[in-house]
Design a protein around this ligand. Structure first.
Ligand SMILES: Nc1ncnc2c1ncn2[C@@H]1O[C@H](COP(=O)(O)OP(=O)(O)O)[C@@H](O)[C@H]1O
Ligand SMILES: [Mg+2]
Length: 262
């Protein structure tokens, strides 16, 4: 299934009758079986766009709609945040089960098979009975990912899921996400401020300008994901990173020198 974001703008009330324009005329399609990364300077509206895609917000202008699949059932959207929001009183198994409790997703007798499958897939076999406080940050994030995948979503949204992890764990989790994603090929929107990460993970990188966020550039990273670490592609990868950084650093510099409104 794909998600079509069509001429979407978002403003928020900013007090004293003023409005803060956060996104302006954003058009973008999250394609079927495509991993789209969204990058842009801090505060440019990345999380706002993700929340709009999740249906947690409705846009001030424009439309967001699913297309290209079975539209008779309500499409399912899963979100993974930086903080996984695991329930501390539930063990790994029961945290993953939580997503299925919404009802109507899966007959009860199939839960166990589904949960065990995703526990295996994210490498947490043996930790079913562990509680979140007994796990490392990377493991907690794996539980969050398993919980998101267990509902078989039509759309997977991830908002800086590895930002709270240390640099090494982050790299390991990126590699794991690549191999996991290759197995599921879910339509994915991945928000990050980390350019390197976007280029390593995504099929397409969408670059937003500083606030109000507009689509500034879309790069297709046409190198097989598994080859992106290989030396023969390092020049090409560096080129993508440079191109994105040029945009972002210019925006960030302009923002720093701009007169702040009181
Ligand atoms: N619900 C809201 N009400 C008012 N302002 C908001 C709201 N959500 C986000 N903002 C503002 O919108 C801007 C963009 O926020 P956000 O989407 O979180 O940016 P990013 O994720 O790119 O860092 C920020 O200036 C933020 O303060
Ligand atoms: Mg954000």
């Amino acid at each position: 299934m794909q998600l079509i974001i069509d001429h979407v703008s978002q403003t928020f009330p900013a007090g004293r009758g003023r409005a803060l324009s956060v996104l302006e005329d954003v058009s973008l399609t999250l394609r079927e079986q495509e991993f789209t990364a969204l990058v842009g300077p801090s505060g440019c509206g990345k999380s706002t766009l993700l929340n709009l895609c999740a249906g947690l917000l409705s846009p001030t202008a424009g439309t967001i709609k699913f297309a290209g699949g079975d539209l008779t059932a309500e499409p399912r959207v899963s979100i993974v945040f930086q903080e996984t929001g695991l329930m501390p009183w539930r063990n790994v198994y029961d945290n993953i089960a939580f997503g299925l409790e919404a009802g109507g997703i899966l007959p009860r007798k199939e839960w166990d098979g589904r949960i065990c499958h995703y526990i295996q897939l994210v490498g947490l076999a043996g930790f079913e009975n562990a509680y979140p406080h007994q796990l490392s940050g990377g493991m907690r994030q794996r539980v969050g990912i398993a919980r998101a995948l267990a509902v078989n979503p039509d759309l997977l949204l991830m908002d800086e899921p590895f930002s709270a992890l240390d640099a090494q764990t982050r790299l390991i989790m990126q590699e794991e996400l690549v191999s996991l994603w290759e197995k599921t090929k879910l339509t994915t929107l991945y928000v990050t401020h980390n350019i390197q990460e976007a280029v390593m993970l995504a099929d397409r990188v969408v670059l937003l300008s500083r606030r109000p966020g507009k689509v500034k550039d879309i790069l297709s990273i046409d190198i097989p994901r598994a080859d992106r670490e290989k030396p023969e592609y390092s020049e090409e990868i560096a080129g993508f990173i440079r191109r994105i950084w040029e945009h972002i650093s210019r925006d960030a510099r302009e923002a720093m020198t701009e007169v702040q409104e009181p």
